[in-house]
Design a protein around this ligand. Structure first.
Ligand SMILES: [Cu+2]
Length: 140
């Protein structure tokens, strides 16, 4: 009876001792290796840029009774800035439902910006001079 009780306990004790010794030995011999391998992993994590590319701003000059460039291609999230510097006042007004948000005040000198959040083709004109037209193509 007492032998049956003590022998599993002793066996467990021995296993615990051996496992502990192995664990300590393994840790001690591997510590320099694991320390060396963890630093390249850390640098690769920091050098990998997360997320999409930064948004860009493209300028359209409003001068000499025209938008230039009149045709422009940007990416979703990009901003177009119209820079007004003509003798006559102008505005930027979208044509059609998709371009309804494009609606600047009448400006003679100064800037007005619009950020394109959806892909598509956006036509616009100057409501004071409807022959002044432009197109912004927004790609995904
Ligand atoms: Cu105009």
């Amino acid at each position: 009876m007492p032998i049956r009780r003590t022998s599993p306990a002793r066996a467990l004790f021995l296993v615990t001792l051996v496992a502990g010794a192995l664990a300590v030995g393994g840790c001690g011999s591997d510590s320099s290796k694991s320390g060396a391998s963890s630093s390249p992993a850390a640098t690769s994590a920091t050098t990998t840029p997360a997320g999409p590319r930064p948004a860009a701003t493209t300028t359209v000059t409003v001068d000499d009774m025209k938008f230039s460039p009149a045709n422009l291609t940007v990416k979703v999230g990009d901003t177009v800035q119209w820079k007004f510097s003509d003798k006559a006042p102008h505005a930027v007004q979208g044509i059609g439902d998709a371009a309804m948000g494009i609606n600047s005040p009448i400006i003679r000198t100064g800037e007005w910006s619009y950020t394109f959040t959806t892909a598509g083709t956006f036509r616009y004109l100057c409501p004071l001079h409807p022959e002044m037209k432009g197109v912004v193509t927004v790609e995904q």
